[in-house]
Design a protein around this ligand. Structure first.
Ligand SMILES: Nc1ncnc2c1ncn2[C@@H]1O[C@H](COP(=O)(O)OP(=O)(O)OP(=O)(O)O)[C@@H](O)[C@H]1O
Length: 305
């Protein structure tokens, strides 16, 4: 089996860049082909070129995973992850956080494979999460924030700048073909994993192997309402809020009268007024923790080395 390692030197606010020489060397010593990305989109191109059945390891954060996954979706290639980004929610979903990078690389290259559900939105693959509305608007605004703001202050700046001129669009939400909501919509999260935004537990019950998208729908909230719900959201205690609906389905469609931003695995999508997301049950081969934990049956039996 061929093993490819794709390293994004821009991930982890430069941390991966500083480690990249050592990572490329370690990967090559273990018999893998190793690549450094040269810019946005490059990881997808490299992953597409990997031979059928190859194991392709993304080194970086959720954006890197998303790009590699786009190059693998619908093939028999296997996705491994070495999470060294600032947001690692895909790795969190697979139970892969907390390993030092050398161990994470060893695991990604050689541990048994398993399968998780694959998300598709408007035809594009996603792994851990899809956010439509408010949170995507914050992510978009963060890109345009002054360059001296980094990390959390950058997101807080974006959050309050979005809140300042908050105007909620009218939305219509259909789950498995049935209308579940029509009215002003703050956000809709369609989750394969429990968390987004670097560990915010928006869908604590989400299970990436249940063949369903976990859906969290926030209806109309005032500016103050948004500010007050944030601490509950950070603790995963928002689901009892009267303006929050928690649902699950194989397919969700959202329609707006005008284009609304959306992000998948933290990467902004082409802005649209209609999003249709669906799940391909166990449609993605990954190297997670489950198949290597004694006593648990891997969803997919390990491929021969
Ligand atoms: N060589 C490169 N130079 C600059 N950007 C790159 C390069 N290769 C990939 N990228 C871009 O880096 C972005 C961030 O990657 P990723 O999300 O994995 O890291 P991160 O640390 O979690 O970052 P963030 O929290 O900002 O999303 C991706 O959108 C990807 O397109």
């Amino acid at each position: 089996m061929e093993r490819w390692v794709i390293v994004n030197p821009a991930a982890g606010r430069g941390r991966v860049g500083r480690l990249s020489g050592a990572i490329l060397k370690a990967a090559r010593e273990r018999g893998a082909r190793a690549f450094l990305t040269e810019g946005p989109g490059h990881a997808t191109e490299i992953a597409r070129e990997a031979p059928e059945g190859a194991r392709v390891v993304a080194v970086g954060g959720d954006g890197t995973v998303h790009e590699v996954l786009k190059g693998l979706a619908g093939t028999g290639k296997v996705l491994g992850v070495v999470p060294i980004g600032s947001g690692n929610d895909f790795a969190r979903m697979l139970g892969l956080r907390g390993l030092p990078w050398r161990e994470a690389l060893e695991h990604a290259l050689f541990a048994p494979e398993e399968a998780v559900d694959l998300g598709l939105v408007n035809g594009e693959a996603f792994g851990a999460f899809l956010g439509i509305g408010f949170d995507a608007l914050v992510a978009k605004r963060a890109l345009a924030a002054p360059s001296f703001l980094r990390g959390m202050p950058r997101y807080l700046y974006a959050l309050f700048s979005v809140l300042k001129d908050l105007r909620l669009p009218e939305g219509r939400v259909l789950v498995d073909g049935e209308e579940v909501y029509r009215g002003r919509l703050l956000l809709l999260a369609a989750m394969n994993g429990p968390a987004y935004g670097g560990g915010i537990p928006i869908a604590p019950m989400a299970d990436p192997r249940d063949g369903l998208l976990s859906l969290v729908l926030a209806r109309e909230l005032s500016r103050l309402g948004v500010v007050l719900i944030l601490p509950r959201l950070l603790l995963g205690r928002h689901l009892g809020h009267p303006q929050i609906l928690f649902l699950a389905g194989r397919e969700v469609a959202v329609e707006f009268p005008h284009p609304v931003p959306a992000h998948a695995d933290g990467e902004l999508l082409p802005e649209a007024s209609r999003y249709r997301a669906e799940v391909k049950p166990l449609g993605l081969k990954v190297v997670g923790r489950r198949a290597s934990v004694r006593g648990e049956n891997p969803a997919v039996s390990p491929a021969p080395a």
